[in-house]
Design a protein around this ligand. Structure first.
Ligand code: GFB
Length: 315
């Protein structure tokens, strides 16, 4: 990939896509092709084909997806499976047929079995049953991986697949019904502090362990792998460390200066008990994350405080 290459970032309005655009521009890649969801609905094959035929992207970062937290996944299973299957199938297939040189597909750590040994190695894919709360999303992402691999085998199309761990950062979704845990807790804790509430309600038991990666680190890994990784096998992207949900809440409370306590709503699901990726394959290539959890949470918290009014985030 060269500085003048025509690069399509699909999903540039989302958490990951926006970070990719920031990172690519910071590294001198200016020829970025970007379309909002309104300009190009990636679920519509004819529109996706027309876009690729006209614009002829050379490199594609496929960061467009229907994403959400544990509750959104269990409440909208049809949207999670259909939208993701449609978006990724249209984009991967159009990239291949219209001659893109390489595509990078973003999967998710939830593709692995619910009770996978920890840390989770890439080869554990399809070795056991999935976590039921997000199996619809996971099955769509597994289909995306398989389409990338099949296109490589059958047509020699260089489509690589990254499996990121749970991501967070500036520009996240802070809607409490649909968000992931980190933005949800940032919002809940900030609001509790502002309103002088002594308790914050966390979903589940607080004991599940999750690994969190700051989204700018993910963008850095994505560019690194687009330039240096040329294999159909999936590759994990994570920080290599995990924390409990209760630990995460305590760290956000420190960042936000909140001194209240936490209570647990066990009518809400815990999800998979632990999700820590084995990142030795990525580290062997020479990449490591650089933003520690507390620093990333501080940046995200500051972003939230600064943008909550313009994004209508007030409760
Ligand atoms: O981030 P999250 O929604 O999804 O939840 P997963 C992680 C953990 O945080 C669960 C707990 O144990 C939740 O019960 N939690 C506590 C909360 N309080 C809250 C809260 O206020 N909001 C939320 N959302 N969680 C997702 C998948 O799984 O991981 C997606 O559903 C995707 O498909 C993503 O793969 C990476 O980490 O359990």
């Amino acid at each position: 990939m060269e500085s003048g290459s025509r690069i399509y970032v699909a999903g540039h309005g989302g958490l990951v896509g926006a970070a990719l655009v920031r990172h690519l521009r910071a590294h001198g890649f200016e020829n970025l092709l970007l379309r909002t969801r309104r300009e190009l609905d990636l679920r519509r094959k004819a529109d996706v084909d027309a876009f690729f035929s006209t614009e002829q992207p050379e490199f594609v970062f496929l960061a467009a997806a229907k994403v959400g937290g544990i509750l959104a996944n269990s409440q909208h299973p049809a949207d999670f499976i259909y939208d993701n299957l449609a978006i990724q199938t249209n984009v991967i297939e159009a990239a291949r047929r219209f001659g893109a040189a390489k595509l990078l597909f973003l999967g998710s750590s939830c593709i692995y079995p619910k009770f996978a040994p920890q840390p989770i190695k890439e080869e554990y894919l399809l070795s056991g049953p999935l976590e039921p709360t997000n199996e619809w999303y996971a099955i769509a992402k597994i289909a995306g991986i398989k389409l990338c691999q099949a296109s490589w085998i059958q047509y020699g199309f260089r489509a690589i697949s990254l499996m990121p761990t749970n991501l967070y950062g500036p520009g996240d979704n802070y809607n409490l019904e649909t968000s992931h845990v980190a933005p949800a807790l940032i919002r809940k804790i900030h609001d509790a502090r502002e309103k002088g509430r002594e308790e914050v309600v966390l979903w589940g038991t607080g004991t599940p362990r999750r690994e969190f990666l700051y989204v700018d680190d993910l963008a850095s890994a994505a560019l690194f792998l687009m330039q240096r990784y040329d294999r159909p096998e999936i590759i994990n992207v994570g920080a290599g460390e995990d924390v409990t949900i209760a630990d995460l809440a305590r760290t956000i409370a420190e960042v936000a200066g909140y001194r209240g306590s936490f209570v647990f709503d066990t009518s809400k699901p815990d999800g998979t008990p632990r999700k820590l990726l084995d990142v030795s394959r990525l580290r062997a290539l020479g990449w490591r994350h650089s933003i520690p959890l507390k620093e990333g949470l501080r940046n995200s918290y500051e972003w939230f405080v600064e943008h909550r009014r313009e994004h209508d985030l007030v409760c």
